[in-house]
Design a protein. Structure first.
Length: 333
């Protein structure tokens, strides 16, 4: 199945429909001095909606996004057939660079890789370099969404693995964060998220603020983040089905059943901070690093720190150095 270059190109009609919906937005009232205790403050929402409706320039950001080396290709998933998958593929100049699959979380998307991409691909005799693949999970961003029931964790893993094989990476390392673990009835919530950009904005903005570690989000940053969901290929509802399917599918997650080296970076504002004694039961933990700041969106909030951990784990002297056969990340001298 062939690879096709990809560019984001949201039509004027889609942008105009968004603005029309924002034009007729209806806001709830708010009790005095509510702050963030009750959710997103009304003043924040009115400011963001007004900017989204009037001065936020999606097309400008679209041009910037399109500077990334993006592609699509069909990936055949057992029981579901081919899905058209969108991904970023940034190759290092180092022939022996380590192939790395980056997996975004929720409420994230493929652009979470944007800040760490140049750092990972950078070549230096001081640290390893990586060939980076960051794909939009099925149902997220610009990847196709499965239509059948039962597309759960194993199918998401199959998608990423088969994508890497198609790119010629028979062995690779992986970096991923957290997409959560609480299930609801996604279709019910989906009607609101798919029809109301204001509802979608509030839903995601709350997580961006509360799940980050005092990160200084600016309005353009927030609106770009939410716009990826609004303009996503399958719509914002598809991305929340991962929760239902993962719990509705029989079986549990296998822990401690692999010898693959595992590294864990601890960021203090992550949603759930397990004791290290628990985390070490996840598998063959060979690397741990604890940071003073950072939260749920580590690649976006703390790109330098996250990349440093990857370099330490897979670099010379690290516990996973040479884990990929014939590719240690360093240029041949």
């Amino acid at each position: 199945m062939s690879e096709n270059p990809f560019k984001v190109d949201i039509s004027d009609s889609e942008i105009n429909l968004l603005k029309k919906k924002l034009d007729v937005a209806t806001f709830p009232d708010e009790i005095d001095e509510a702050g963030w205790a009750y959710g997103v403050p009304l003043a924040d929402m009115k400011r963001l909606v007004e900017k989204w409706r009037t001065t936020f320039d999606w097309k400008k950001r679209e041009k910037e996004i399109n500077q990334l080396p993006m592609f699509t290709r069909d990936v055949d998933i057992e029981g579901f057939g081919p899905l058209n998958i969108h991904y970023v593929h940034q190759k290092s100049k180092v022939d022996g660079a380590i192939p790395l699959l980056f997996i975004h979380g929720w409420p994230g998307h493929f652009l979470e890789v944007e800040r760490i991409l140049p750092l990972l691909a950078h070549s230096s005799p001081e640290h390893p370099s990586f060939h980076v693949v960051a794909f939009s999970l099925p149902g997220f961003g610009f990847s196709e969404t499965p239509k059948g029931k039962g597309f759960a964790i194993s199918q998401y893993a199959e998608t990423g693995h088969k994508l890497m094989l198609a790119l010629g990476y028979n062995e690779y390392v992986l970096q991923g964060g957290d997409w959560g673990g609480i299930a609801t009835q996604p279709q019910t919530l989906g009607y609101s998220l798919a029809d109301s950009p204001v509802g979608l904005l509030a839903w995601i903005y709350e997580k961006l603020v509360n799940w980050a570690d005092d990160y200084p989000w600016d309005d353009d940053e927030v609106l770009q983040w939410v716009s990826i969901y609004w303009f996503s290929r399958p719509g914002p509802t598809a991305s929340i089905r991962i929760y239902y399917e993962s719990y509705a599918t029989a079986g549990t997650l296998p822990f401690g059943e692999t010898s693959v080296p595992l590294g864990i970076s601890y960021f203090p504002k992550e949603l759930v901070l397990s004791p290290r004694s628990w985390s070490r039961t996840l598998g063959n933990v060979v690397f741990e690093s604890e940071h003073e700041g950072g939260g749920h969106f580590a690649a976006h909030e703390k790109p330098v720190e996250l990349v440093s951990d990857l370099r330490k784990m897979f670099g010379k002297g690290g516990p996973a150095y040479g884990v990929v056969s014939g590719k240690n990340g360093y240029a041949k001298s």
